[in-house]
Design a protein around this ligand. Structure first.
Ligand code: IPD
Ligand code: CA
Ligand code: CA
Ligand code: CA
Length: 280
């Protein structure tokens, strides 16, 4: 085994770097930082997103020069295939929360080898909650091992969803999910895909749907949820593509299968529009 694939060492390094980066982010609250916009006025990015991404890239490249990094802010590699070791990195997931609330944001890192998930970390910085797993060893919240997910009744379940799903949009017909919202116990919207996926893995939520997420948003959460016994697909029940943007539907196994059978499949049968993964 070379250093480049010493998974225990990679795991420990990633955990250490995440906590270090978290401290830097907290320290930034006392200074002022620049806020910019990207694709539209609500698509925010700050100096701290960029500095945090650079912090990880410097460390990864120094210790593991053969590993590639797909990071949201673009300082990593142009990743077009899944060969070798790839770190999917979202330095701050929930930037809008970071800017407006200084809470409810996370560092998200999923590490894959040849397309297979090896280790995942989602760190809710201000709550000091690090959700982590390496494949096959169970899911942890800080030092505590969490129980695998248990079956849940639809009528007693919580779904994370945001308002765009029930308003006009060009990806998912709103009629698909509105009947489900009447059936379940409640909905939540935290504004961080990583936190929402970590909560599904931990059983705090039973499901989460999103219109369009990028690999750095879901790579870590997918592995955490699968490790906990949950299921991750696109909304139209296809495998998630790690190299592209996807619609995302994740959940507890019973929740996922019931929603697929009773709400999504009937919507497909009625020809409601449900777009397949797309970069558009
Ligand atoms: C966003 C958050 C948000 C989700 C968006 C993502 P960012 O990530 O996860 O909850 O709805 O689709 O882009 O830009 O804050 O890293
Ligand atoms: Ca962003
Ligand atoms: Ca994100
Ligand atoms: Ca981000």
């Amino acid at each position: 085994m070379t250093l480049e694939t010493n998974w225990n060492q990679i795991y420990e390094d990633a955990k250490g770097w995440i906590r270090e980066a978290g401290e830097e982010i907290i320290a930034s609250f006392t200074t002022s930082f620049a806020i910019d916009t990207k694709s539209n006025p609500n698509d925010l990015v700050t100096d701290i997103d960029k500095e945090t991404e650079k912090f990880f890239i410097e460390r990864i490249k120094k210790i593991y020069p053969s590993h590639r990094i797909m990071g949201e802010e673009g300082f990593g590699d142009q990743v077009e295939d899944l060969s070798g070791v790839i770190w999917f990195l979202d330095p701050i997931d929930g930037t809008m929360n970071f800017v407006h609330q200084q809470t409810n944001f996370a560092i998200s890192i999923g590490i894959y080898e040849d397309g297979v998930g090896k280790a995942a970390f989602i760190y809710d910085v201000t709550k000091d909650e690090l959700y982590h797993c390496s494949k096959g060893t169970g899911l942890y919240l800080n030092n505590e091992k969490l129980k695998p997910l248990e079956p849940v009744k639809l009528s007693e379940s919580l779904l994370a969803i945001n308002a765009t799903w029930v308003t006009e949009n060009h990806r998912i017909d709103p009629r698909t999910f509105s009947p489900l919202l009447k059936k379940i116990r409640g909905t939540r919207s935290y504004g961080s895909a990583a936190i929402e996926m970590a909560y599904v893995a931990a059983g705090r939520l039973d499901g989460y749907v999103s219109l369009r997420l990028a690999p750095w948003d879901f790579a870590a959460g997918k592995l955490l949820i699968e490790e906990a016994g949950g299921v991750c697909t696109t909304v139209d029940n296809k495998p998630i593509n790690l190299l592209d943007k996807n619609t995302i539907f994740v959940g507890n196994e019973t929740f996922h299968s019931q929603v697929q059978k009773d709400y999504i499949q009937p919507a497909l049968d009625q020809n409601y529009y449900l777009k397949t993964p797309s970069t558009k």
